[in-house]
Design a protein around this ligand. Structure first.
Ligand code: TXA
Ligand code: MG
Length: 329
């Protein structure tokens, strides 16, 4: 993965974080909007920049698993196994929060979300920020996706600048995010493993590591405000359309400007249709998804039609994001 960021830029970004400023940085999933998680004033700037409701908890990004006891009261066996298998990587664990975690990070909940990201620039930033971990308690960077609330997450530094402009003190450029959709979130704070947000890492992979099934959220699962039905959404109305119905939908919209995202090549003879071909395999599809939605959204079409991807388990993360993007606001 190309690193477009110099060590001096990493040091400067870490100093900005220590001073309470916001720094956007690449992770392997999407770009994050980071602030010192131990500094409530800095964390408040995240909510202001994003226009995000205050009760939506943030994920704390850590340089290493040694920093975990600062943030989490317990590290149960299932969490240890998942951390060993998938960190650094696109997995967020929900754990019982420790006493000193600011309420603004957890949205007042008794749990905390933590993740060690796999992107080299993210890790370099987190290490520079944490320095000698013993010297500072609570070394972590709270970071939601670096988009305005409800919008499509950024997967390039240019997307971050388009979304947030001057609201952020620095943007580290790490190129295109490899995974392209946000981390898988698993709650392991209550003696079971519960999938709160699907991502690249599938429930089957998690079950294989912990030796137990992954459950779906029940009534007393932690709130996941990012799981709002309408989220990750372009401004242009978006509809999911089975491949077999696409031609009929296009015919019904004839004369209007329409954008299509499809795993197939564009058929000949289409007028007023901007057709974007997507990779057939899930990894490539997820990698390009948000950039494609941004591109199609910028065309000022009346409608974006997305050909429904396969319904197999590895597509769950992609289908989750598309269903939210399609949900009417
Ligand atoms: O891939 C990712 O996870 C990216 C990169 C930047 O790390 N971050 C990200 O953050 O997607 P955000 O804020 O856009 O989504 C975090 C999700 C939200 O849905 C939030 O509700 C949930 O994590 N979350 C965080 N802490 C939680 C907690 N203690 N309990 C339940 N859900 C939590
Ligand atoms: Mg987000």
């Amino acid at each position: 993965m190309p690193t477009l960021t110099t060590p001096a830029e990493i040091e400067r970004a870490a100093a900005l974080l220590r001073a309470g400023a916001l720094v956007a940085f690449p992770t392997e999933t999407v770009y994050g909007l980071g602030a010192d998680a131990s500094n409530p004033e800095a964390v408040a700037r995240i909510f202001a920049a994003k226009g995000r409701p205050q009760d939506h908890p943030l994920i704390v990004h850590l340089a290493s698993v040694e920093l975990l006891p600062q943030w989490a009261k317990a590290f149960p066996p299932a969490a240890q196994k998942l951390a060993a298998a998938f960190w650094p990587g696109p997995l967020t664990l929900i754990l019982e929060r420790s006493g000193g975690v600011p309420d603004c990070v957890t949205g007042g909940q008794d749990s905390v979300g933590v993740r060690i990201p796999g992107h080299p620039v993210a890790l370099a930033l987190l290490r520079a920020f944490s320095g000698d971990a013993g010297a500072r308690r609570y070394c972590g960077v709270a970071a939601p996706s670096a988009n305005r609330f409800g919008r499509v997450s950024p997967t390039t530094a240019a997307h971050v600048r388009d979304e947030l402009g001057d609201a952020v003190a620095g943007v580290l450029d790490g190129g295109e995010c490899d995974v392209g959709i946000e981390s898988t979130i698993v709650d392991v704070s209550r003696g079971r493993a519960v999938l709160l947000r699907p991502g690249q890492i599938t429930p089957a992979q998690i079950a294989a590591v912990i030796g137990a099934e992954v459950e779906l959220p029940d009534a007393d699962a932690p709130r996941v405000p990012g799981a709002l039905a309408s989220h990750y959404a372009p401004r242009t109305p978006l509809a999911l359309v089975p491949a077999a119905e696409l031609a009929a939908q296009l015919a019904a919209l004839r004369g209007k400007r329409v954008a299509v995202l499809s795993r197939a090549e564009a058929p000949g003879g289409l007028k007023d249709v901007s057709w974007q071909s997507a990779p057939r395999a899930v990894a490539g599809y997820a990698h390009e998804l948000y950039a494609s939605l941004r591109r199609l959204d910028a065309l000022d079409c009346v409608q974006i039609l997305v050909e429904t991807p396969p319904g197999t388990p590895e597509w769950q993360g992609v289908n989750d994001r598309l269903n939210r993007a399609a949900s009417t606001r």
